[in-house]
Structures are given as structure tokens and as C-alpha cells.
Design a protein around this ligand. Structure first.
Ligand SMILES: Nc1ncnc2c1ncn2[C@@H]1O[C@H](COP(=O)(O)OP(=O)(O)O)[C@@H](O)[C@H]1O
Ligand SMILES: [Mg+2]
Length: 321
């Protein structure tokens, strides 16, 4: 796998005669991603183009295309435009969207999001994750850098889940194998990966939701309790030591309820998305906002988050199955 290297493409280069690279987007660690002008149709359009060295036996970008060709264009997913091989390179083009949530949060004065924005981000991403799971894929790399807002021609109120490089199929109970991964084969972004990954087990649908809840804590509080911990064993220990209530302490109690439910799921069980969405709607109702409430990045003045107090008192650790 060539993941981790760059392709040496530069702005100004042209791929397959129709894609003129304009500027590098984000800081892709796998291959390269550019904003490009596509002249494939009579009217040129701006697209996002991901490119990497083509390895026929291990074409991970090709696997991304397999996922995007199923989910592309559904709510919360970019439209798939084109894929191909140019010399030694494989590339695919998709709808051009906006900045990612990591960049957006870092631009906030407090480096946090209000409770309204945090809840509404989680609602949209739960819908995205549910769509992806229903299409048969587990993402395995849910994190702020893999979530972008609408691009120049789209609303900044719509969130999109991108980067399908680590997607695997949803497995049935019969297909799931209780084998332990080698430590060196652990993948994903350690900061957001669920305890399952640390315990070297294969991920299920529940693990995408655990990563999403970790994201919620970080969005609201500015960091996760294990910020700065890089040692894998230490990271696993810190994550295991947090019970739902303590970890979700800075968020409305519904988050701890969802977290506890997800932690109790088997790897092959479908999460109860409808129940989680209902609980989050309950938060919206109690704190008097709704899905149309502008996100923090849609308003020029920073707003005060609605104050609330968690009625739950923490007790012991929750089991991880
Ligand atoms: N369709 C898109 N529109 C706009 N920006 C994008 C798009 N796809 C990716 N990006 C930007 O490029 C970055 C890297 O893309 P990603 O697919 O996550 O690559 P990697 O596999 O290197 O993580 C993202 O964090 C995002 O900021
Ligand atoms: Mg990424």
C-alpha cells in the first residue's frame, strides 16, 4: 500500500486531459487531494480529486470508489463524478465541498462549539453513519477531518462524511471472526478509535458511533481526556477507565445514555439509530433549538452556549463488550 506518500502532482498539472489541478486541499496523509477543474462535460466544473500511485494488487483508492459509487449523492455524501487510471496513477473525482470540521473548530475563538452546534452536528452525522451502514459499510475512521461542510455552491448547513479508505463491509454474526489483530495491524486514527480497536478486535457498526461520541466531547469541550497521549497501551488504559457519565459529563445526559447503550452492543448488532436521534431531539426541545438553528460557523458573532447541568452522578465503569 502506498498510503502515506505523495504523488508529486502539483497545481497546474493535468490528469487524463480533463482534470486541471488547482490547489491542494487539506493535508491528506494518503495519496493527494486537490481542487481541480473538470472539463469532462462541455461546462467546466470545480471538483475534488483524490490521486495515488496505482497498485493493481492493492488499489485502496479503487475501494473508496466502490463505496462512493454506492453512497455518493445520498444526503451527507458527495456526488461521485469520475474515476480512472493515468499512467502510474489511479484517481477519482467527486463533488467539491467545503472545509473540514477540524479546521472550522480551530478557527472558533474558544476552539469549541456551542451545545446547539455540537448536538446538530451529531444528529447529521448519525444520519450519515446510518446511511453508510444501511448501504453495507462501516467507516472505521470517523473524525473531524473526515467531515466537511457544503462547498461554494452548497449550504454551509449540510455536513458530509468523506474518506472511505478504511471502510469494511458490515459483517453478519456468521461472518464475524473473533480473531485478534496483530498490534502492528491496528488502523484508524488512535485518538478517535473505539476501545474495540485497542483491544485488537474487528470493528462493528457500534464503533463508528463511539468515535462520533468522542468527537462530540471534543467539539464541546475543546479536547478529549486523552489529548496528548500517544502510547497505545496508555491510550487503551485511559479510554477503558472512563465510564459513560464521566466521559460525557460536559454534555446533556442523553449523550451518556446513548454511549452506554452503544457500549453494550455486540460487534454485529445494529445500533438503535432511531432511539439515539429521538434522544437528541429531546435535547433540542428542552434547550429550545432545532435542526434549522444556524451552526456556529454560519453566524458572525460567537454565541453563548445554553447553560445546563447534568443531573447524573457518575458511579462505576461501564463494561465494554
Ligand atoms: N470532496 C471534498 N471537498 C472538499 N474538500 C475535501 C473533499 N474531500 C476531501 N477534502 C479535504 O481533503 C482532506 C483529505 O481528504 P481525505 O479524503 O480525508 O484524505 P486522506 O485519506 O488523506 O485522509 C479532508 O480532510 C478535507 O479537508
Ligand atoms: Mg481523511
Amino acid at each position: 500500500m502506498s498510503r502515506g506518500g505523495t504523488t508529486h502532482f502539483q497545481p497546474g498539472d493535468v490528469i487524463q486531459q480533463h482534470f486541471i489541478l488547482r490547489k491542494r486541499l487539506g493535508t491528506g496523509g494518503f495519496g493527494d487531494i486537490f481542487q481541480a477543474t473538470s472539463t469532462l462535460k462541455r461546462k467546466p466544473i470545480e471538483v475534488a480529486l483524490k490521486v495515488d500511485v496505482y497498485e493493481p494488487t492493492d488499489n485502496w483508492l479503487g475501494k473508496e470508489v466502490q463505496t462512493l459509487s454506492v453512497v455518493g449523492g445520498k444526503p451527507h455524501f458527495p456526488k461521485f463524478i469520475h474515476s480512472g487510471i493515468d499512467g502510474h496513477y489511479f484517481f477519482y473525482a467527486m463533488e467539491l465541498l467545503g472545509p473540514n470540521l477540524y479546521e472550522i473548530r480551530k478557527k472558533q475563538r474558544t476552539r469549541t462549539f456551542s451545545i446547539q452546534t455540537t448536538v446538530n452536528v451529531v444528529i447529521q452525522l448519525l444520519e450519515a453513519v446510518q446511511t453508510l451502514h444501511n448501504c453495507g459499510f462501516i467507516h472505521r475512521d470517523i473524525k473531524p477531518m473526515n467531515v466537511v461542510i457544503g462547498g461554494p455552491s452548497k449550504a454551509m448547513h449540510d455536513l458530509y462524511l468523506i474518506d472511505y479508505g478504511l471502510c469494511i463491509p458490515v459483517l453478519s454474526r456468521e461472518q464475524y471472526q473473533e480473531t485478534l489483530y496483530e498490534e502492528s495491524n491496528i488502523i484508524g486514527t488512535f485518538h478517535y478509535c473505539s476501545p474495540t480497536t485497542h483491544h485488537r478486535r474487528e470493528c462493528g457498526r457500534r464503533d463508528d458511533i463511539i468515535s462520533l461520541l468522542y468527537m462530540a466531547v471534543e467539539m464541546r469541550l475543546g479536547k478529549l481526556p486523552w489529548a496528548g497521549v500517544t502510547d497505545m497501551k496508555e491510550l487503551r488504559k485511559v479510554k477503558d477507565s472512563y465510564c459513560s457519565e464521566i466521559l460525557m459529563e460536559g454534555l446533556p445526559p442523553e449523550f451518556a445514555e446513548i454511549f452506554m447503550d452503544v457500549l453494550g452492543l455486540q460487534a454485529t448488532t445494529a445500533p438503535d439509530y432511531a432511539r439515539y436521534l429521538k434522544l437528541l431531539k429531546q435535547v433540542q426541545k428542552r434547550l429550545s433549538f432545532n435542526n434549522r438553528t444556524p451552526f456556529d460557523w454560519e453566524i458572525s458573532q460567537p454565541r453563548a452556549s445554553i447553560p445546563y447541568k447534568s443531573p447524573i452522578k457518575a458511579t462505576k465503569s461501564d463494561p465494554v463488550q
